[in-house]
Design a protein around this ligand. Structure first.
Ligand code: 3EB
Length: 342
């Protein structure tokens, strides 16, 4: 029996076995199908999002996003999108072989995204995923990730002194032989509620040592539409304050990342009052791992620390600081709880 609309998640995200095509054919509620281990330049349908990161666990799965329709697909310049009743998925893949460096590619991707959002009935980005080939290549401020942050800051029309809502984000390295900078997003008819992590310095306030322009993202956003609220968790690593903790200790980095996730969800509870996010069956997690050799210890730590019910997938991806070995993100559901007494 399918849940009544009142209890149905606005975004139904799941990992599914079987070919991407099976989810794209003849279904009227599919907003996106993410297929891992394929170049973003190989897409076949606006809802089909090939992602270059390799899946480390088995069986191979695709990530499927479903929502209330009707779903309308289209192409706008180099941006592809699928738009449901209240949610839109969009994606851009820019070929770095013909781009004028990472900063310029990033600026173009965010320019495109922004001008598309400005004319969309769903103008609020809730979360943006960025997959950057060879993310740690280049020394000092020339590093690709720092150049990516520069391009993003060049394009994004915000003054961090006067903060508008910032979307949640993930920025992860894709294989160095991948040719595309990929940016995909979830946007909504209504703005999300931003959540920062009290254990961490907000990313837009990172000090100069991490690069000439700070990363622009919130630690999480809460999506509020009809039905239960949903929490979009940004890429969360072993960063406390603004510093990397547990250098070279992958299991400790993973535990610190989970502490950060739990603290972020607690903070969301404080802001919502009557609801809290939980790591349950109606959510999903992604675990990004720099070195494939770390897969087994990380898998064991995750099994020990995270409720068995929440679906998870392990992807090989470099993290945006050379000394970070793992990162976690996810989409999880909120449930009503009795408001904490004042
Ligand atoms: C960190 O906490 C880890 O640049 O969009 C996480 C999520 C990170 C998003 C981004 C970077 C980004 O700083 C890195």
């Amino acid at each position: 029996m399918s849940p009544s609309p009142r209890h149905r998640m606005p975004l139904r995200a799941s990992y599914e076995e079987g070919a991407a095509q099976r989810w794209l054919n003849g279904r009227d509620d599919v907003l996106a199908v993410f297929e891992f281990g394929r170049s973003p330049l190989a897409l076949t349908d606006p809802r089909h999002v090939p992602v270059a990161l390799l899946q480390l666990d088995t069986p191979p799965r695709v990530e499927v996003w479903r929502c209330d329709g009707p779903i309308k697909c289209g192409t706008w310049d180099r941006l592809r999108f699928a738009q449901g009743a209240q949610l839109t998925m969009g994606h851009v893949a820019l070929d770095l072989r013909t781009a004028d460096g990472m900063r310029e590619a990033s600026r173009q991707a965010y320019d495109l995204l922004q001008s598309w959002l400005q004319q969309s009935p769903h103008p609020w980005p809730l979360k943006i995923w960025n997959y950057i080939p060879a993310i740690n290549q280049g020394a000092g401020d020339e590093e690709r990730y720092r150049q990516f942050c520069l391009g993003r800051a060049d394009a994004v029309l915000i003054d961090p002194g006067d903060l508008p809502p910032l979307p949640a984000a993930t920025a992860i390295g894709s294989p160095s032989n991948e040719n595309a900078l990929q940016v995909y997003f979830l946007a909504s008819a209504l703005p999300g509620l931003d959540v920062e992590n009290p254990r961490q310095v907000s990313a837009w306030r990172y000090p100069r040592q991490y690069g000439p322009r700070s990363p622009l993202f919130s630690r999480g956003t809460i999506l509020t539409l009809d039905g239960p609220r949903q929490f979009l968790i940004s890429g969360t690593a072993s960063v406390v304050g603004h510093e990397t903790h547990h250098e070279h200790q992958v299991a400790d980095q993973l535990r610190e990342s989970l502490r950060n996730v739990r603290r972020l969800l607690d903070e969301g509870h404080r802001l919502m009052g009557d609801a809290r996010a939980h790591l349950g069956r109606d959510g999903l997690l992604k675990v990004y791992i720099r070195n494939p050799d770390d897969f087994e210890p990380i898998r064991q730590s995750i099994e020990a620390e995270i409720p068995a019910g929440i679906p998870r997938i392990y992807l090989q991806g470099d993290i945006c600081r050379e000394n970070l070995l793992t990162e976690i993100d996810g989409i999880v559901a909120c449930e009503r709880v009795t408001a904490a007494s004042p």
